[in-house]
Design a protein around this ligand. Sequence first.
Ligand code: APR
Length: 230
Amino acid sequence: MTNIVILTGAGISAESGLGTFRDEGGLWAQHRIEDVATPEGFARNPQLVHDFYNARRAQAAKAKPNAAHVALAKLEQNLDGEVLIVTQNVDSLHEKAGSKNVLHMHGALNKACCAACDLRWDAPMVMSPSDPCAGCDTPATRPEVVWFGEMPFHMEEIGLALSKADVFVSIGTSGEVYPAANFVAEADHFGAHTIELNLEPSAGASRFSECRFGPASSIVPKWVEEELNR
Ligand code: APR
């Protein structure tokens, strides 16, 4: 019986055509974080923020899971043990690939909430600042994504899972953003074997017991096959 916790970042969705944030020409080279990924930016110009997420929502809706997402779903279906995916991504490619046990610590593009009364609902494809909240009628609807300066979701559940993990795998993340960047240290503290699967060494590569580099669509299926045939 093996418990595996898998952290994923934008790199796992790169080969599905969705942009990463900090690679050459990434999202943070095209947009200012303070304008589109902070509560202050949303208060200043909600239309700009909705435009940014409407474009990403449309792109994510068309995107298809790649071999890495499919391999993780196969791992969950066939492993003698529990597989939990903790994703920093707001796309739904893990779910499209068939993964069921997925926590979106940075929220999801297909979810919306009200900045005034905190009601949550499934997001329409296009959101606008004039959309009234279905609960309190205030025009304060926002994408249910976690912005810089806000608390990530599911942190208690994630902490518990890390304390029980036999293996912690980090896939397609630069290790630049906390608290996700510290999960490897937490898992290691509780005795987990830690593995980084990434295109190139992340900021935290030296903290992993094992690192493999290459495109996720090739190194993740290879690792999953080894894990299932262990
Ligand atoms: N296969 C594997 N890894 C890849 C691939 C690929 N095909 N392409 C890129 N990568 C790696 C890059 O080398 C990089 O280490 O994915 C990582 C992407 O890093 P970032 O762009 O920083 O994305 P991420 O780590 O997910 O960012 C974390 O920052 O801005 C916030 O909320 C945002 O969730 C995001 C968080």
